[in-house]
Design a protein around this ligand. Structure first.
Ligand SMILES: Cc1cc2nc3c(=O)[nH]c(=O)nc-3n(C[C@H](O)[C@H](O)[C@H](O)COP(=O)(O)OP(=O)(O)OC[C@H]3O[C@@H](n4cnc5c(N)ncnc54)[C@H](O)[C@@H]3O)c2cc1C
Length: 402
């Protein structure tokens, strides 16, 4: 029998695998991934930013793990020869109305223990000469990396420690018994002492499969991006973000440079009618029925219908998208942008229509379920892995005591 079965070969599942081999070097670990390649979903389609932790509620998992993860991710890259860059980012107030929220964000950065600097207009223009802004915040610790490369390295480490990683293995049934978890894929039955669910866009379904009636569903938000054509890449030096709407858990349309030199702008955050909804026409009847009969969906819709409609309209109108992007970089035109691949974000939505803000981890009897790990979970992944191992140790102690 295997000691640990991990469902999901994204960066969170693989980080859990790494933390497990460090804590339990003799344990047998199996990772099950339904796709042909690891990191095929959120991990392989994200912006590649190593976040700093400025945005998040002080004391939350996100605040703690983004700050610590920013450091541990860079150390991991250095140790394993993975390219990353600590390029820093600016958050920009483009009009007077945004200044109070910019100043609050600066205070939050300080509360979260970060090195942040307020920038006057001239200082902002020194960092980003083409930006339109009254004031800004500079966050030097933000960086860029390719999280696929990080994931592949994590997988290599797991294999080197006799861990098994099976791709093309979709988990279809789970039977959690006392002292044993039985996992069925179409191909094989796996037996383990403990299960860790890191299934991203499918994590709520896996938790229910294991018998846990959690009060949330994963709601897919497609993030649509454009590349800035090569001749205009000079308009963006590093990472440029707007002041986010504090009501909404997204960061707004921003400009980011990738470790390969491309510059992306986006996203439109559009509700998906399929869990893995990578195109505008992606539709799955079962997924649609599930979400449209979920009370939280309608409550969310009533609360955010204006923002939601704006995002959908912008998804179909490049002109409107460019108008939005021009708030930060006025020189950008429609001709400068080429569609880039989209990513789908797994965001947990509660029955009462609230979007779960923090990472959300549910303890089972012989299992743990990572039920909300949206951005900045790639940055925070190594820390999430360590946290899960601490939780497993506690659960095992409790089980022994019973
Ligand atoms: C557009 C976009 C931009 C982002 N930008 C950033 C950023 O710049 N910085 C940052 O820190 N974060 C960013 N994020 C968030 C970050 O990518 C995610 O938080 C992180 O990748 C989550 O990792 P994961 O392993 O939980 O999920 P995933 O990478 O989605 O992995 C889950 C895996 O589980 C597998 N799986 C699902 N069901 C089953 C099953 N039944 N059986 C077997 N396997 C299964 C899936 O195939 C998948 O590979 C972004 C996300 C998106 C979508």
């Amino acid at each position: 029998m295997t000691d640990f079965i991990i469902i999901g070969g994204g960066i969170v599942g693989l980080s859990v695998g790494k933390a497990l081999i460090e804590q339990f070097p003799n344990a047998k670990i199996v990772v099950l991934e339904k796709e042909r390649e690891l990191a095929s979903h959120q991990t392989g389609n994200n912006s590649g930013v190593i976040h700093s932790g400025i945005y998040y509620t002080p004391g939350s998992y996100k605040a703690k793990f983004a700050k610590a993860g920013n450091e541990s991710m860079k150390r991991f890259c250095e140790m394993h020869g993975i390219d990353y860059e600590e390029c820093g980012k600016v958050i920009v107030a483009t009009n007077e109305n945004e200044l109070p929220n910019l100043h609050k964000l600066y205070e939050r950065g300080l509360q979260n223990g970060l090195d942040v600097q307020l920038l006057k207009k001239e200082e902002l223009l020194e960092k980003e000469p083409h930006v339109n802004g009254l004031e800004g915040i500079y966050v030097p610790s933000a960086g860029i990396v390719d999280y696929k490369q990080v994931s592949f390295k994590l997988a290599e480490l797991i294999r080197e420690n006799n861990g098994e990683i099976h791709t093309n293995e979709e988990v279809k049934a789970i039977d959690e018994r006392s002292g044993e978890v039985v996992v069925e894929t179409g191909n094989k039955t796996y037996r383990g002492k403990f299960l860790i669910n890191c299934a991203g866009l499918q994590s709520d379904r896996i938790a229910r499969m294991a018998g846990y009636q959690i009060d949330m569903k994963i709601f897919p938000f497609r993030g649509e991006y454009y590349y800035i054509n090569e001749n205009k890449r000079h308009l963006v030096k590093n990472l440029i973000y707007p002041v986010p709407n504090p009501e909404f858990p997204f960061l707004g349309v921003h400009f980011t440079r990738t470790i390969y030199g491309e510059v992306e702008v986006g996203p439109n955050a559009v509700p998906g009618f399929k869990r893995e909804a990578y195109t505008k026409t992606s539709f799955d009847f079962k997924d649609f029925l599930e979400i449209s009969t979920f009370p939280g969906f309608w409550k969310l819709g009533m609360k955010y219908y204006k923002v939601g409609i704006e995002e959908i309209v912008r998804s179909f109108s490049k002109k409107l998208f460019v108008k939005n992007a021009q708030q930060l970089i006025p020189e950008i035109t429609e001709d400068d942008l080429t569609p880039a691949p989209a990513g789908v974000r797994a965001q947990a939505l509660k029955n009462d229509g609230t979007l779960v803000d923090d990472f959300y981890i549910v303890n089972g009897k012989n299992s743990i379920h990572v039920c909300n790990a949206p951005s900045p979970a790639a940055t925070a992944s190594l820390e999430i892995g360590k946290e899960i191992v601490n939780k497993i140790t506690d659960i095992k102690e409790n089980n022994k005591a019973i």
